[in-house]
Design a protein around this ligand. Structure first.
Ligand code: FES
Ligand code: FES
Length: 167
């Protein structure tokens, strides 16, 4: 990284981002992670900080519909709409993936769950009918400290069978 680029990472700029269908103006440094902006500036604390290194998946949101680790995405690199766990069920009815996690008991402490759900939603929007192998492969990108993996996979399978694509 050159000196100019290094300096520019510490000079605040204004960014306009779309989150859950709403536009937000954020004044911050370009190199700040989206995760910090979501939690600290916008109060969207459903998205969790786990490792901060792109390894655990707790911070996953959808960016342009693609599951993305928000701890690894800097403000100057965002060019698509962001969806967080708060945007999945703005009204009283839960998203089918959220309902499936409840039905299958797919949470213990719950810390990893928002990220897991956003990845499952991204997967099922792209491919509503997924095989067990595809679920295992995709969800293995997330770490659950409570080791609730089999129930999480069962929840994604239930959501796939119940037509989660519709939302
Ligand atoms: S906090 Fe982003 S991947 Fe762990
Ligand atoms: S339910 Fe506790 S970390 Fe996954």
């Amino acid at each position: 990284m050159g000196t100019d680029q290094y300096r520019s990472n510490f000079v605040a700029n204004e960014f306009k981002i779309q989150v859950n269908g709403q536009e937000h103006r954020v004044v911050t440094r370009p190199g700040r992670p989206l995760l910090d902006v979501l939690r600290e500036d916008l109060g969207l604390t459903g998205t969790k900080y786990g490792c901060g290194e792109g390894a655990c998946g707790a911070c996953t949101v959808l960016v342009g519909g693609v599951p993305t680790r928000s701890c690894q995405l800097t403000m100057d690199s965002i060019d698509s709409e962001i969806e967080t766990i708060e945007g999945l069920a703005p009204e009283s009815e839960l998203h089918p993936v959220q309902q499936a996690f409840i039905d299958q008991g797919a949470m213990q402490c719950g810390y990893c769950v928002p990220g897991q759900i956003m990845t499952a939603v991204g997967l099922l929007r792209e491919k509503p009918q997924v095989s067990r192998d595809e679920i295992v492969t995709t969800m293995s990108e997330h770490i659950c400290r409570c080791c609730n993996y089999s129930r999480i996979r069962a929840a994604v399978e239930q959501a796939s069978q119940s037509g989660a694509k519709s939302r």
